[in-house]
Design a protein around this ligand. Sequence first.
Ligand code: SER
Length: 317
Amino acid sequence: MMDKVLVTGATGQLGSELTQALRQKLGVDNVIAAGHQRSASLELAQGPFIQMDVRDSQVVTDVINDYQVDTVFHLAALLSAVAERLPKQAWDININGLLNVLEAARERQCAVFFPSSIGAFGTGTPVFNTPQDTIQRPNTLYGISKLSGELLCDYYQQRFSVDARGLRFPGLISYQTLPGGGTTDYAVEIFYAALQQQSYDCFLRADSQLDMMYMPDAVNAAIALMEADPAQLTHHNAFNVTAMSITPAQLAAEIRRHISEFEIRYSVDPIRQAIADTWPKHMDDSCAHAEWGWQAEFGLSEMVSDMLDKLAIKLSG
Ligand code: SER
């Protein structure tokens, strides 16, 4: 039963929109938004908002108890490029933060949603049709933390019956809140640059093919998984989900169909390129489809056209 929800990382790219969707569904007061570094937007501040560091186990437990939370969407984490710069903090936030949430969830028997990532794979993983169950030997701190998170969620589910579920998200594309330092951020930046300068200097190579997803699909996926009938779930956690598999060159070509003068150039950032080169190009998400009916609504052309419309309105406001 999802009645009282806590969203950690609520000021982030995914958290800000997931919080809004959950508030619409469950009522504003039933969704507690928790953020740490960024302050609450006007939108988030319309409901309960708390400042919380997920590394503080006591605070995590107190918040879950005080608000009688039954479901935690635990999104607080450092993204891949930042985690390479700050590996120790990334470990602390991404792993110890999750452990604190799982421990509190065990005590209160809460459900937990955990976002894993295409980053949880590594160089030995098949890059096309990446299977649900496959080799995972990530060599980035972010990937190591996400894979460890997947394993911790499985452990708490099997050992302590915590209803821990999760998805392996691809790069997320959205216009409301900027991502905070990931390898797939180019796919968001490109839209701002296209509308504001009609040109973009991309930090990944033209042929860097990666899975991506538009935010409405990501929000729906997280909620649908948490509402899925547990009897139908074989995996529970770390479901591959994708909506499109694209390169910067393909994304630029699609944008050019709307903004004909748009130009893309490439100044490759070796750190982020090296990260992207270890990630799959196209995941097989048939288990998510079979077990809980996952289906993306936005492909490349629908996403680009909606992004450009919505971002243009935002930038003119
Ligand atoms: N979008 C994330 C990142 O680039 C991947 O999960 O870090």
